[in-house]
Design a protein around this ligand. Structure first.
Ligand code: NAD
Length: 267
């Protein structure tokens, strides 16, 4: 669980639908001090404009920093400024939907693939480089992945980035274990957010999940289950877990094919 009064950096806030928002809110409820990062001033304004459902009091409680994850100097400045921290959540990914996602896997857009790789994978290493020195009592890094055991239509290069991200989680776990810093990922089932709305065929993906997940899966409500797993990996109750991918997907990843009619709760 979260350590009361300690500071956690939650990176990747876009709007109130972002996984980062549910994760940060959960950490706050459990007594942690949360700093959210947004990509830049424009994104902060967008967040506040799109979060009209949040009261002025709720908005005032949110602490923001700006950080474009592709800029080393911004990541360094962030951790120089906010340290010491007990945990960091990396909830960031990007792939140009026109070139890296879609019907056809092959593309000429190598620069887009490189940018996607930098933002969705390499940036976790940048975060570790600058966050570990401001974790004097040790700490935890947690990133977000998506099923790397199967190949999904349309998810194309993002699937490749997620597989690389999981390998990086293991590399960082090895590199920083003796610094007292653990590194893990949560692999989540499909959830309704801005990033997922850009994935062509996302509706079909959620339909398959509904058909094959032993536990019912709700693309909105189950953000909380994902956030709870992140919180577990951030805190001392997971003290000896590192380099792991914890799957929170309702069980869809272990099911071969659709559930039979009698296996479905809703018939
Ligand atoms: N939504 C899903 O179905 C799902 C499932 C499994 C894993 N995930 C992962 O969860 C994480 C969060 O995504 P989300 O679904 O909450 O969507 P989201 O769109 O709310 O969050 C993605 C974030 O990445 C940020 N980002 C992109 N480029 C950046 C850059 N250069 N610098 C800084 N930030 C940058 C965006 O600003 C945004 O805040 C991602 O890693 C995503 O792949 C999502």
């Amino acid at each position: 669980m979260i350590e009361q009064g300690k500071r956690y950096v939650v990176m990747g806030l876009l709007d109130a639908d972002s996984l980062a928002y549910t994760i940060g809110s959960t950490i706050r409820e459990l007594g942690g001090d949360v700093i959210f990062t947004v990509q830049n001033e424009v994104f902060k304004r967008r967040f506040l404009d799109s979060s009209k459902g949040l009261s002025a009091e709720e908005q005032a409680k949110l602490e923001f920093r700006f950080c474009d994850i592709t800029k080393d100097e911004e990541v360094k400045a962030l951790f120089d400024d906010v340290g010491p921290v007990a945990g960091v959540v990396h909830s960031i990914a990007f792939a140009n939907p026109r070139t890296c996602l879609g019907d056809e896997f092959h593309t000429d857009a190598v620069e887009d693939i490189k940018l996607s790789h930098h933002i969705s994978c390499v940036s976790l290493a940048t975060v570790a480089r600058y966050a570990v020195p401001v974790m004097p009592d040790g700490g935890a890094l947690v990133s977000l992945s998506f099923d790397t055991q199967h190949v999904y239509p349309h998810y194309n290069w993002m699937g490749v980035q997620k597989a690389a991200l999981e390998a990086l989680v293991r590399a960082l776990a090895r590199r920083h274990g003796r610094d007292g810093v653990r590194c893990n990922a949560v692999s989540a089932g499909p959830l309704s957010t801005k990033a997922s709305s850009k994935i062509p065929g996302f509706g079909q993906l959620t339909k398959w999940w509904h058909e094959s997940s032993p536990l019912p899966w709700d693309t909105r409500e189950d953000k909380q289950a994902v956030a709870d797993a992140v919180v577990f990996l951030l805190g001392p109750r997971s003290a000896k877990i590192t380099g792991q991918v914890l799957v929170v997907d309702g069980g869809a990843g272990i099911a071969g094919g659709s559930l039979l009619d009698f296996e479905r709760r809703d018939g």
